[in-house]
Design a protein around this ligand. Structure first.
Ligand code: CP
Ligand code: NVA
Length: 304
């Protein structure tokens, strides 16, 4: 049975903990200049139907550091973009490579691809989930503050793919999650109900951050919602994360944002430079966390 990583429930708590620990080890090895090439001759196909900087660079660089090769496939260059069925594309592409990374719109698209793929498929973001970002966020919290278990995280902003991923993460990494979102942009109700022992809605950001050891936000208009930008700017008024809001949280609070960020919208102009912000480590850890994930999914293909 081929293992995929389409959301955070595709690995057990123990496996996720292992991946995060390994990510920090791989980070140290990389910093020390150690050559570690367990995947010489292996190939990763990367299908990106949306833009990306961090995810693309981290998977591509990571695979190359592992001694393997990553193949970037944009929809405009492959037949998938001209209407070749996803099932056919999955069968063909997976017959030639060892692992597939896919960024797309509806989550059903990646589920369908995975169903017909003979090799592991990693979700590099869908409209519903962004699990790789969470691996990096948890690794980053661990490296700065130790275990996130029992801590409180506050999500401020859109109840989007990142917010849903945080709800699954609360369950998988045993933390509490407060979510402050404006009306019309509340998080997925099914997830909220399923994880109500971990997750609560607190409408006012100032209330929601009170206990927080970590405050997280994201853009107000995600990829594919560009035409709603102006309306969202109005609807999210009062939900900007700024230095004053962080002052209301725990004294050792950290701030994260998956990036790209819009200064002056969901965050204040200089928040990324605030000492409580760890966004650059968070971004860099995409590389190490995903290397750990690829190593985990391809463990039977490691060359001695
Ligand atoms: N955070 C994140 O996934 O960034 P990219 O869209 O640049 O890949
Ligand atoms: N919610 C954002 C995340 C970008 C990494 C989006 O889907 O565009």
């Amino acid at each position: 049975m081929t293992r995929h990583f389409l959301n955070l429930l595709d690995a057990t708590k123990d496996e996720l903990a292992l991946i995060i620990r390994r990510a920090s080890q791989l980070r140290q090895m990389q910093k020390a200049g150690e050559l570690y090439q367990p995947f010489v001759g292996r190939t990763m196909a990367m299908i990106f139907e949306k833009h990306s900087t961090r995810t693309r660079v981290s998977f591509e660089a990571g695979m190359s550091q592992f001694g393997g090769h990553a193949l970037f496939l944009s929809p405009s260059a492959i037949q998938l973009g001209r209407g070749e069925p996803i099932e056919d594309s999955a069968r063909v592409i997976s017959s030639m490579v060892d692992i597939v990374v896919m960024r797309t719109f509806g989550h059903d698209r990646i589920c369908n691809f995975a169903k017909y793929s003979s090799v592991p498929v990693i979700n590099a973001l869908t409209d519903e989930y962004h699990p790789c970002q969470l691996l990096s966020d948890i690794q980053t919290f661990n490296e700065h503050r130790g275990s996130i278990a029992g801590k409180t995280v506050t999500w401020v902003g859109d109840g989007n793919n990142m917010c849903s991923s945080y709800m699954l993460a609360a369950e998988q990494f045993d933390f509490y999650l407060n979510i402050a979102s404006p009306d019309g942009y509340k998080p997925n109700a099914d997830l909220l109900n399923r994880y109500k022992h971990r997750v609560q809605l607190i409408d006012k950001p100032a209330e929601a951050v009170k206990e927080a050891h970590l405050v997280v936000t994201d853009v107000w208009a995600s990829m594919g919602q560009e035409q709603e930008q102006q309306k969202r700017l109005r609807d999210f008024a009062g939900y900007q994360v700024d230095e004053n809001l962080l002052d209301l949280a725990q004294p050792d609070v950290l701030f994260m944002h998956c990036l790209p960020a819009h200064r002056g919208e969901e965050i204040s102009q200089n928040l990324l430079d605030d000492p409580r912000s760890v966004v650059w480590d968070e971004a860099e850890n995409r590389l190490h966390a995903q290397k750990a994930l690829v190593e985990f999914l391809l463990q039977d293909k490691i060359r001695a």
